[in-house]
Design a protein around this ligand. Structure first.
Ligand SMILES: Nc1ncnc2c1ncn2[C@@H]1O[C@H](COP(=O)(O)OP(=O)(O)OP(=O)(O)O)[C@@H](O)[C@H]1O
Ligand SMILES: [Mg+2]
Length: 375
């Protein structure tokens, strides 16, 4: 009776690896059967930045490289298949005395656990992904109660300009939309600016749902919809140009009824190239309109508040806190697709120099070895 392999002549036989009659097609098929970790080990010292490649591109690169030294590639592959491929020890950087994996390492020289050809690689034990991802999800619905800082910002906005400097995901949009609602209810118009057309488009959709599409318009370089609406979304550059034009002549947007200008992502004020646009917009903003600056990352918000107080007729109140409603977790995503916690703790430690997770350290060292080593 014929064996499976005899009955399926297209399936390459790995034992032919070192024989000369192995065709490129056969070699490609054998490579395709290997776990991707083994292919990366084979690619070490052969292919620059091989960790960036997915399996198919890695095989392609190995085949291209094999034109230079086919026998070397095949013999290294055979060694790796015989000894089974194990990843680097969890402590990281390879010892100087240890040969590069898959090059000079030979059976008997290595104390690595032997894996039979065809067996899959052992799972990384140091990575505790369930712990890393635990608790992420959609919280159960509960009635909306504004936070004290949101109330504080809205209360001050009735009298003064306001800068809101709070962490990302805190709820700055609620302050913006509630302030807009109050302004529109008192027959004032509102302009909302963002630095990006994409964000302006998102806000246009969001505010249209909230206020009704007849009450919301958009002006960006690409789009012009409903410019007479009481709530206009635009990029900051468009507002700056509008304020320039208003100073010298006719514009088709009414600024005399403008009651509120919301500048989202206002940390752009510090941008070396675009910051001047934010600066000029604040300087030229009509005196009767209140300014609401929103940001998660202004480094010196009190300085900015003092500057606005100096140049405008009303004072500027700063609302600031550092509490995170959504705690951050730091992970390290290796180009080979492995995700590990970056630090030993799941959250981001407050003290500098906190210990890295050993698995992240190992993967990072591996990546550094593969990409930064002098060639
Ligand atoms: N007082 C609140 N209580 C509970 N959830 C809130 C509250 N205020 C806002 N949220 C919710 O918090 C989430 C994040 O809000 P939002 O997008 O406004 O954050 P942000 O401060 O603008 O963040 P970013 O800096 O990323 O722009 C939203 O899902 C929002 O509904
Ligand atoms: Mg926001």
């Amino acid at each position: 009776m014929r064996s499976y392999r005899e009955a399926n002549p297209l399936t390459p036989d790995p034992s032919r690896l070192t024989k000369e009659e192995m065709t490129t097609d056969e070699l490609e098929k054998i490579l395709a059967q290997q776990p991707v970790g083994r292919l990366h080990r084979l690619a070490q010292d052969r292919i620059h930045r091989h960790f960036r490649l997915g399996k198919m591109r890695l095989i392609d690169a190995l085949l291209r490289h094999s034109v230079e030294n086919r026998a070397g590639l095949e013999s290294d592959l055979q060694v790796l298949m015989q000894e089974g491929s194990r990843t680097e020890p969890p402590t990281g950087r390879r010892r100087k005395s240890e040969a590069p994996v898959g090059r000079a390492a030979r059976p008997g020289q290595s104390n690595r656990q032997t894996i039979k050809p065809g067996e899959s690689e052992p799972a990384e034990s140091a990575t505790d992904l369930p712990a890393f991802l635990e608790g992420i999800g959609v919280p159960p619905p509960r009635p909306f109660v504004p936070d004290a800082w949101q109330e504080e910002a809205l209360a001050h906005l009735a009298e003064t300009d306001v800068i809101v400097s709070v962490p990302t995901g805190s709820g700055k949009t609620y302050v913006a939309s509630e302030a807009a609602r109050r302004a529109i209810e008192s027959d004032r118009t509102v302009i909302y600016t963002s630095p990006l057309k994409a964000l302006s488009n998102t806000k246009f959709t969001e505010f249209s749902k909230l206020f009704g599409s007849d009450r919301v318009g958009i002006l960006t370089g690409d789009r012009r919809d409903n410019p007479q609406a009481p709530l206009l979304i635009m990029t900051t550059e468009i507002l700056r140009n509008l304020l320039y034009d208003a100073a010298s002549g006719e514009i088709d947007v009414r600024l005399d009824t403008l009651g509120l200008v919301i500048m989202d992502e206002s940390q752009y004020l510090a941008d070396p190239e675009r910051g001047v646009v934010w600066e000029e917009t604040i300087i030229f903003c009509p005196a009767q309109a209140r300014l609401l600056l929103l940001s998660a990352s202004i480094g010196n918000p009190q300085d900015v508040a003092d500057w606005i107080t100096n140049i405008r007729q009303t004072s500027c109140h700063l609302v600031r806190h550092h509490r995170r409603s959504v705690p951050l977790r730091a992970g390290y995503l290796h180009p080979n697709g492995k995700l590990t916690p970056l630090f030993r703790s799941v959250g981001i430690p407050h003290s500098p120099g906190a210990p890295l997770h050993p698995e992240a350290k190992r993967l990072f060292t591996q990546y550094e070895d593969a990409t930064l080593r002098p060639r």
